[in-house]
Design a binder for this molecule. Structure first.
Ligand SMILES: C[S@@+](CC[C@H](N)C(=O)[O-])C[C@H]1O[C@@H](n2cnc3c(N)ncnc32)[C@H](O)[C@@H]1O
Length: 226
């Protein structure tokens, strides 16, 4: 990677962080959270339950990348099999809010909030059974590196659940490539075929992709590490 593209990527990440440092203050009460983000988090939770059932239960560890205020992990914490739940986000204020939510919940001991970058995950290889990434992937300037990191930190038989804007029909394109890109700047909602290629090239198998319709269409990609 040359110096210019590295500088540009750093600027994209700083821009995203500044955007979310401010939004964190009202994020949980925002209409977008209620109508788009929270339903996608519920979908993630259902995918994890189905995966748990299919493997016959047992303890599991989750990393939620771009965790925002930690809503998904707070829901998962009620599951006795959820052994360790780690949320990572690039924005300090999001992490502060997630940590507050974790500390005030019923199972503070198994929840951790970490400030970090999706493209450089501060975890050892094979540390988690489940990796979730909801409504965050379009902010990563080097998506192939992020997916390679997802693969690295997952254990064999682990599962990746990646949810982001679906921009492959007219409605999705208008919402994500025109409106969201105009407001958030420097974001990139990957086409479903691009996500498929990235996930498969990173080494994942058994990829399943579907469109989920809430206020905006979302692309749900679920894959396993063998
Ligand atoms: C729309 S919010 C989604 C939060 C949560 N996953 C949800 O669905 O409610 C996107 C989150 O991605 C985070 N983010 C953006 N770039 C990131 C990066 N490079 N690494 C980790 N998190 C990042 C933002 O700080 C923000 O909290």
């Amino acid at each position: 990677m040359n110096h210019t593209s590295e500088t540009r990527r750093a600027a994209v990440k700083r821009h995203a962080r500044d955007h979310f440092e401010k939004w964190a203050l009202s994020y949980d009460n925002s209409r977008l959270n209620e109508l788009v983000f929270f339903p996608s988090i519920r979908r993630c939770q259902r995918e994890i339950l189905a995966w748990q059932r299919a493997r016959g239960g047992g303890p599991f560890r989750v990393l939620d990348v771009g965790c925002g205020t930690g809503s998904l992990l707070s829901l998962l914490a009620a599951d006795d099999d959820a052994e360790r739940l780690v949320g990572l986000d690039y924005a300090d204020e999001m992490i502060r809010r997630a940590a507050e939510k974790f500390a005030g919940g019923d199972c503070p001991d198994k929840l951790t909030a970490v400030r970090g970058d999706a493209e450089h995950l501060p975890f050892r290889d094979a540390s988690f059974d489940v990796l979730t990434c909801c409504n965050s992937f379009h902010h990563y300037p080097h998506q192939p590196i992020a997916v390679a990191e997802f693969f690295r930190v997952l254990r064999p038989n682990g599962i990746l659940i990646l949810i982001d804007g679906f921009r492959d029909n007219v409605i999705g394109w208008t919402i994500f490539d025109v409106v969201v890109a105009g407001v958030e700047k420097n974001v990139h909602h990957a086409a479903w075929s691009r996500v498929r290629d990235l996930v498969q090239q990173a080494g994942f198998a058994r990829l399943r992709q579907s469109k989920m319709s809430v206020l905006a269409p979302l692309l749900v990609s679920v894959a396993g590490k063998q």
